[in-house]
Every structure is written in structure tokens, then in C-alpha cells.
Ligand binder design. Sequence first.
Ligand SMILES: Cc1cc2nc3c(=O)[nH]c(=O)nc-3n(C[C@H](O)[C@H](O)[C@H](O)COP(=O)(O)O)c2cc1C
Length: 341
Amino acid sequence: MSQISKRKQGHIEAVLSGQVNAKSVDAGFDRVRFEHCALPELDLQDIDLSVEFLGKTLQRPFLISSMTGGHPDAAGINAVLAEAAQTLGIALGVGSQRVALSGGGFQGTDRSLRRIAPNVALYGNVGAAQLREYGPDQMQRAVDMIGADALIIHLNPLQEALQANGDTRWSGLLSRLEQVCVQLPVPVIIKEVGFGISATVAMRLVGCGVSAVDVAGAGGTSWSAVEGWLSEDSQRAEMAEMYRDWGIPTATALRQIRAVLPELPLIGSGGIRHGLDAAKAIRLGAQLVGQAGPLLRAAIDGIEPLMAHFAALEQGLRLACFATGSGDLATLGKAKLLDEG
Ligand SMILES: Cc1cc2nc3c(=O)[nH]c(=O)nc-3n(C[C@H](O)[C@H](O)[C@H](O)COP(=O)(O)O)c2cc1C
């Protein structure tokens, strides 16, 4: 197995250890409170949770955030995630396709996902650091490899900087990204990996042609903690621990981006614990809500625990719609808050 494949396998073990979440920062949703509606005038089961995102209709506003690909366990996990996505009509992001692009084998990032999930919104994934090496043609290969509807490019400068041999050459990447956005026929979505995207960065991304942003904010899986967990060098591990709680909490990132970019398709992820967090993310401006770590912990035991996880997530969201008198997600997005702070 290559070094990159081993590291990706290590990421899964780190997340399953339960020791790599943020500690003293949370995603910020507990400070958001809906005004309760004692007279909803609608039936709970009739609430419409469907949403349109980048030209595709989803039955529920959920995204399985990019996780696995490029190591031996990835194919099995991705098959379970794809089955859930197809059954529920939600979006699915694969993990980084870097290993596959470099000829190291598809391992969970091939056309078999499309056979399991022919109708879902399926998103490819590469790191922005790879844009130094790869241009629009290779990005097209990543899209074709899985039959993706869009390509997610992740920005993870801090994670790379905390990694042994991580890629810390980030100058000039914006113009490379612009080239990809102009030439790729499918939409480009930009995400972080758990440190958040600021309003300033979001505006620069939109300026270069990015179609949607996933804030992937702080408060859930901490990629500093993951790198610290994996590090065999004690000084590096200490440095990673220092940055465990770095980042823009997810609720803050959503609020700030929505204030300056009212029309930008937006995904809220990073530290989403349950359906009420999902409802609040939608209220703060997200069209889709993503989870990674919590889904991995459910999917590792197979499709049943994963479906049970999604049933609870959906019910939590549905209850928030009901108790705010919102018959659909557009109405929930405008529901009254008690305290905007
Ligand atoms: C095991 C695992 C692997 C991940 N690999 C990737 C990846 O390859 N590409 C990416 O963009 N994000 C990756 N992520 C980051 C997630 O997509 C997400 O942004 C982050 O974990 C925050 O969400 P959470 O708090 O719900 O876990 C990974 C997350 C996990 C848990």
C-alpha cells in the first residue's frame, strides 16, 4: 500500500477512535434559537424536505461529506454510503481521488458507485494542493472516473502544514482554480475540511467561478487532532494539539458568507450533530447539510445503523419545521429566531 493510501486508512482509524473532535470550540448552533410556533397549521408528515441543488432535486437536504477513497477499506464503506444515498435521495461526496489520479488504483472511487446510486447527486473530490500538479484535464478525469455531477475541491492548508511531508506551497493556487472552473463542464464546489471558509475567501472563490461553497467549519472532526493522532513525532503531535480547536465555527461561517453572498449555493457542514443543528444550518443560509465523522461511525457497522442515523437526522429536522410552522425548507430558511446573536 502506498504512503498516501496508508495515511487515508489512518484517517479512518483516527476518526473511529473517538478522540479527534474539537474540544473547546463547538459549531455554534446551541446559541441559535428558533421562535416556537404553537399553532403550526400543518401536518408533520406533509412537510416537504426536498431541495434543489446545482440543478438536481434531492428528496432530503443532506450530503454525505467527502470521506473515503484510495485505500483498501474504501470500496466497502463507499458502497454502503452509496446505497443509503440512493434510498434517501440525498447527495454523496467521495473522498479524495488523488490516489486514483496518480495511478494507485480506484479503491472506492470508480463507476461501481453509479451502479449502486444511479440517481444521486454525486460529487468527486480532489485537494487544491493537487492543482499545482494537475490541471483541468485531470479534474475531468476525476469527474469521469465516477460519473460525477460536480467536483469538490478541498482547501486544507493547515492540515497539510501539520502533516509530515504535507504540501505547504499554496501560492498561486487561485489562478489554477480559476482555470479549472472555466474549463470544467460540471460545477466546482469548494470546501474546507473542518476549519471553515470565511466571507472574504468565499468572495474570492465566487470571483474565480466557483459554483458553491461548503463551509466545513470548526466544531466537529478536527483535522489538527487527526494529524496529531497519526503523528509519530512528539513535537509535531504537540503542535497539532495546539491547533485542535482552530477555525471558524460552522454557524459563524454560514452567517458571515450568507450576509455578503445572498445567492451563493451553500452547504453547512462541520460538527453537525443532529437534525436540529441541520435545521439551524438551513436557517443560517445552507441549502444542504453535510456530515462526515458521524456517518463514518454509523456506516462502519453497515447499512442498518446508517439508515437509523439518517432517520433520526430527518426526524430532528422535520420537528424543527413543524415547531416553527414551516411547511418546506424555504420557509424554514426564513423562520423567526429568538436571538440573532
Ligand atoms: C475519515 C474521513 C476522511 C475524510 N477525507 C476527506 C477527503 O478525502 N476530502 C475532503 O474534502 N474531506 C475529507 N474529510 C473531511 C470531511 O468531509 C468534513 O469536511 C469534516 O470531517 C468535517 O465534518 P464532520 O465534523 O461532520 O466530520 C474526511 C473526513 C473523515 C471523517
